[in-house]
Ligand binder design. Structure first.
Ligand code: ZN
Ligand code: ZN
Length: 127
């Protein structure tokens, strides 16, 4: 779908895997591996979902370490295109550090958002 970041599949980060069904790459925002369905839809059939989780597991076990991460399939940023993150306990810290490095002080990264989902830093970062 035009204008959808996930459909565009811009290779701004490290890509670990791709096939006919999905691709796995570092999330530009969270700095953790995420799997993205090639279809612009939210509800993959069970075998497709299993395929994607398997692909993500293979990557995340290698990148983050087996047993250190958990699957997060809540689609906060892009609610109409299926994707799932592999989050380790430190992803939030790493993300904040990177944001600070990139943006300098004074951005809204610290503002009451957290996992509650309220205040996310607006939109996509311009490199
Ligand atoms: Zn899409
Ligand atoms: Zn992310």
């Amino acid at each position: 779908m035009a204008g959808c970041e996930l459909c565009e599949a811009a290779r701004l980060t490290t890509w670990y895997h791709e096939d006919d069904v999905c691709w796995v790459a570092d999330c530009e925002i969270c700095c953790v591996p995420m799997v993205v369905w090639r279809d612009h839809a939210v509800d993959p059939p069970p075998h497709v979902r299993t395929h994607m989780v398997t692909a993500l597991t293979r990557v995340a076990d290698e990148v983050l370490g087996a047993g250190t991460w958990s699957l997060d399939d809540v689609m906060r940023q892009i609610p109409d295109h299926f994707h799932a993150h592999a989050r380790d306990p430190h992803w939030w810290v790493r993300r904040t550090e990177r944001m600070v490095r990139r943006a300098g002080a004074g951005s809204d990264t610290g503002a009451g958002g957290g996992l509650g989902g309220g205040g996310r830093p607006g939109g996509r970062a311009v490199p």
